[in-house]
Write a protein that binds this ligand. Sequence first.
Ligand SMILES: [Zn+2]
Length: 366
Amino acid sequence: MAKMKEIIEPPVYWHSSVEQVNEDISKVKKGKVHTLLPSAGKRPIYMVEYGEKTIPPSKASLSSALGAQDYRCYADKTGDNYVPTVFLAGCMHGGEFEGTVALMNLISLLETGEDLAGKRNDEVLELANKLHILILPMCNPDGRSHVPFDNFVGHTFHDLRYYGQGTWKDGTLCGWPGCKTIHPIKDYCEFLGGYFNDDGVNMMHDDYLVDPSNEVRNVIKTARDYAPDFTILFHGGGNTLNTYFHVSYINQDARNEIYEVGQLAKEAMAKENLIFEFLDKRFRESGGEDVGLPPFMLTSAVFNVCGEPCVTFESNQGLTECDDPYCLTNDEIYRSHFIYMEVLFDWVLKNKNAEKQREKLKKLSY
Ligand SMILES: [Zn+2]
């Protein structure tokens, strides 16, 4: 799959800029548009909802409900009219907009029956129409505005590091994971990369329990208010294989569910010669085993307010001039996301419906 590519104009469906996302959302008619808290740089942030919440008002926080040994005090999903909820969030890191492209096309599909290239995808549409879906396509518009182009395909690894994590005051690349040594990073940067909002906050490592950024509050409050059955945070990781990042501080049920969906996605992608590969459940982001004190990240925070799986889907970004030979085209990146979403929607409908929720409560596994 190794290819050398020139920097190319992205395909017509590749809507990834702040302006384009806002314009597309302004045209939404079938979905309900929620205006969330603005970014640190005062940019608007929108979420689009399809379907309706079917759980009764919450009586307790998740913590209190679990203290009472009854999840239903937080979210009662056992009613016969229960419709499972999926929460999809893109562009936590501003240079990682592959998920945003997929989500804008999902919105188009739900609005018009066609994606932004005018193509139908009746399989995904049929599944999506049976779900309650929350789409937050651009969580970090500040970070996105730090990246002056709409497409990483054909760009270099140096571009990824420069525009992704930015530079220190002496002009050297902050890099990964060096960019995580200071948080918030703003006052230490010459160029503030796409990872960060205008205050220099990396959403994946915010101060969740004390004073989180608006961008993080939007994600956590949505998870708390809607109790989504599955949450995906879409990221891009250079020329990584399409993959999952391990999530710490969750229970074994959620971990099993994340990997069950991942295994199905892997099989579905393999049928189209695409790769979705992930580390064994024991390993964390850096590859080491999940022992000691792994980072409590946004995925962990979402789980701990709603008790349901949340995972990072890390996409290949189609870079060139990289040692890693795995380098996808725009179409392959786009297709990978839709294969994953189709598998996810199907799995959630089969495994998170009211009947399954009642079975799960009987087990009292948490
Ligand atoms: Zn990321």
